[in-house]
Design a protein around this ligand. Sequence first.
Ligand code: MLT
Length: 389
Amino acid sequence: MNINENYQNLEESYLFSTVAKKVNEFIQKNPEKKVIRLGIGDVTRPLCKAVIEALHKAVDEMGVQATFRGYGPEQGYDFLREAVRGYYAKRNVQLELDEIFISDGAKSDLGNILDIFSKDNTVLVPDPVYPVYVDTNIMAGRKVIFADANGENAFLPLPDEKTKADIIYICSPNNPTGAAYNKEQLKKWVDYALSNKAVILFDAAYECFVSDEELPKSIYEIEGAKECAIEFCSLSKTAGFTGTRCGYTIVPKTLGKLNKFWLRRQTTKFNGVPYIIQRAAEAVFSENGQAEIKENINYYKENAKVISDTLDKCNIWHVGGKHSPYIWLKCPNNMTSWEFFDYLLEKIQVVGTPGSGFGKNGEGYFRLTSFGSKENTLEAMQRFEKLFR
Ligand code: MLT
């Protein structure tokens, strides 16, 4: 047998696993110190009431002969797909039910979608960005090129006609920088994709953090996007489903064979999200669910403000936090990202994510998440202020 040697081209371990390993080693050596984790974007607020009620009800149904469910449709139950369709309709995006595919989250689908694309495609990925886009393409042996995101373009690179790409990743609001494209900017990407016969893989995982009505939450708010874009979204950040697992992917039928091939891929390799979880996800889109998740999102936004205000006081350059749970800052004193990571862990036991883990342009930057508890965020920022003011 021959193994997939492309794996040799990956970093030794996934970014967040490396961070977790370093933190665990520190805790083992310093068990008396309280470490505050503002690294991985994992939520801390409990699931909202509407979701918990739906879960309990669905669990009870599974224990009764008449309402018990076995295998469900691989692409998701209609009740949840209808709820997703209704969510999009509120933003004037009309979807057909068979364009919506329920999954266990955006990360899985962002990797799995590559099954339906040829290995010969050139992939364009912004740098810095969520490492999954690059890693999954390296695993498949695809050529990856980068669109530089930096201070000069406010971390929002635009297409360059000289660059030829077949698959383009866009994450807006962006992980890690928190930058969000406006409609005009996204339209440039849509036009580029249409004229180059490319496909955009649009990661909308942070759409619920967009607070400016003028900013697009979905790429389908842009004319022409249904002819060139697949959208991925997840309830992880929206409704605290990081451990519950549910997301959705939109593959418009106007993309031709891609819709059919994705269905074929999913029916072959995936058995669907558990019924119980899909009922919980349905509840997120209910009136009560929407109001309750908004409270949690606002809670995280307040944390983001605490972080941002503290960085202002410390004169540390930063962006993000407004339309995103991430604050992207410049490491003080010209430290590299990992030097700053070690420095914070050592001095004040605050964990963040080194910017260089998101790409070469992330070197010298650092990401903090607002997904911690209010108490921990306040404490972490007090420690920050003491160290840097
Ligand atoms: C992050 O911290 O970037 C995210 O939590 C990773 C993810 O969503 O998989």
